[in-house]
Write a protein that binds this ligand. Structure first.
Ligand SMILES: [Zn+2]
Length: 217
């Protein structure tokens, strides 16, 4: 994919996360990786007003290569994830209600439901608290990330990853759905997590069958 198409795709998913209630106002941010470049949303511009030329292009060390605005304040978290995980090509940071509610308790979300196991890859860990936009926050995320596709940020929100923007957006939606189910289930009784072998089997089916034709283009 070329840079101009990727910019349009970032804007599309920016509007989608706003429309889906995964962010409010100008909070949250989206990036995509193209070779050794990161394209990221600028700081403080409403998603519905974003134009391709508003997006910021940086290198993997957070140096701005092109852009008319400052990049999102969470750029360092994005760049450290891209350096840590070569399979990740898109990152969406949201402040969705149910994921944030669990992040406030600083607990992980156990692997409780089928699509969560398939698309996220199992339990969603909660990274230790650090001030937003700091290298310390990036370090705390990497400490728990492993091969997962989502992480909660203590008292803040969540980060979802994907092999492309479409997949990262699916992760955001499944994460929020799983967080909601987990909270609702705790009202009825103690949720029972899926066995690790079951999670691994489901993840394998998703990676090797379901996502082969649809997600990766
Ligand atoms: Zn945030």
């Amino acid at each position: 994919m070329d840079i101009e198409s990727l910019k349009k795709e970032i804007i599309f998913y920016g509007q989608e996360i706003k429309r889906s209630g995964l962010v409010f106002g100008t909070w949250g941010n989206i990036s995509a990786r193209l070779d050794d470049k990161i394209l990221i949303t600028p700081s403080g511009i409403p998603y519905e007003k974003l134009k391709p030329e508003d997006l910021v292009i940086c290198d993997l060390n957070c140096n701005v290569i092109e852009g008319n605005h400052p990049p999102s304040t969470e750029l360092v978290v994005h760049s450290e994830i891209y350096k840590f995980r070569s399979d990740v090509k898109a990152i969406i940071h949201t402040h969705s209600i149910y994921a944030s509610a669990i992040a406030v308790t600083r607990k992980n979300i156990p692997a409780i439901i089928e699509d969560m196991a398939m698309i996220i890859g199992g339990e969603v860990p909660c990274a230790k608290y650090a001030f937003p936009g700091t290298s310390e926050l990036a370090e705390n995320v990497l400490e728990v990330l492993e091969s997962k596709n989502a992480v909660l940020l203590a008292n803040h929100g969540a980060i979802s990853l994907g092999r492309n923007l479409k997949e990262a957006f699916n992760v955001c939606q499944i994460l929020e759905k799983s967080a909601k189910i987990y909270i609702l289930a705790t009202q009825i009784g103690m949720p029972k997590p899926l066995a690790i072998e079951e999670v691994e089997k489901m993840r394998d089916i998703y990676l090797n069958i379901y996502s082969k034709n649809e997600m990766i283009k």
